[in-house]
Design a protein around this ligand. Structure first.
Ligand code: ADP
Ligand code: MG
Length: 284
């Protein structure tokens, strides 16, 4: 049983410095997940989802801002501390199952291999058989990877990620490239891992059907948190600096320059779009 870890990022900024130009992948992300929660990370391609997972997994260092996972502040950890964090406490499942697997080992050997560093660091690791059972990979655990379906490879990648019983599981598009029934199997496995082990899970997904089955989703847009969902229902979020990025389907109805008024009632606030002419600052 792992000890679930909470996640908090404050003003997280990540800039990729490439030849010729810089790309701001994240521009001020305040993101929190309670210990033991499951959160789906949504957003269009290029919005910064993989970058955020890589920062949470300690694979990248933020350009600015802070990342807290459990008691750790990742932004101040040494390379040796990051190594221990990755081996024991946080697992990152990269997009594309095979990138997480050693090709010439079978599933059972892959899980055992993934435990080597955690053991070396003195961590308690679960039995390989327990991990295989937990994710549902026992039936094909002794077959070579070349004999496995895409869905089984994804299950194997999940088994490897769970090998050290981490407190946080970060999964980048674990259901993409799968047919519908395989997607269901993976999603069931993720939810079972959370229910049985308590692991905090952040999973990137493009799939609205997957999102609907998650208690909470967070949408990233243009490198910022652009919305929150609860079982498929979308909400706008007020950012730390007071901005409210509108969900895309609302924004389409409200062109730039639209003036909004807030009316207070007993239930809370109602937002009233008001057409009283155009704000000249927003046109041309
Ligand atoms: P997503 O996972 O949501 O598709 P990414 O986090 O992969 O988004 O990318 C966010 C932005 O950062 C994109 O504009 C992408 O082109 C850019 N980017 C991602 N990785 C790199 C990299 N290694 N070097 C330069 N730019 C990158
Ligand atoms: Mg990505």
């Amino acid at each position: 049983m792992s000890r679930p870890l909470a996640i908090t990022t404050l003003g997280l900024v990540h800039i990729y410095r490439t030849e010729g130009h810089d790309v701001a992948a994240l521009s001020g992300v305040d993101f929190s997940v309670a210990a033991g929660d499951v959160v789906g990370l949504l957003g269009p391609s290029g919005s910064g989802k993989s970058t955020l997972l890589s920062l949470l997994g300690g694979l990248l260092r933020p350009s600015a801002g802070r990342v807290f996972v459990g008691e750790h502040e990742l932004s101040t950890m040494s390379p040796a501390q990051i190594d221990a964090y990755q081996a024991v406490e946080a697992s990152l499942m990269l997009q594309g199952a095979r990138r997480n697997l050693v090709p010439y080992l079978d599933v059972r050997e892959n899980v055992a291999f993934a435990q080597v560093q955690a053991r070396r660091l003195g961590a308690d690791v679960p039995d390989v058989g327990h991990v295989l059972n937990l994710v549902g990979a026992t039936a094909f655990a002794d077959r070579p990877l070349s004999a496995l379906s895409q869905g089984q490879l994804q299950m194997s990648a999940l088994a490897v990620a769970m090998a050290s019983a981490p407190g946080v599981l970060l999964a980048d598009e674990p259901t993409s490239a799968l047919d519908r029934s395989a997607r269901e199997v993976i999603l069931d496995a993720l939810l079972r891992v959370n229910a049985q082990e308590g692991t905090t899970i952040v999973a990137v997904t493009h799939d609205p059907e997957v999102a609907e089955r998650l208690p909470r989703t967070v949408t990233i847009r243009d490198g910022r948190i652009g919305g929150e969902g609860r079982r498929g229902r979308e909400y706008a979020v007020v950012t730390a600096d007071g901005f409210v990025p509108l969900p895309v389907h609302i924004r389409a109805d409200l062109p730039p320059g639209t003036l909004l008024r807030w009316e207070r009632s007993e239930q809370g606030y109602t937002v009233v779009p008001e057409v009283i002419g155009h704000d000249p600052a927003q046109t041309d």
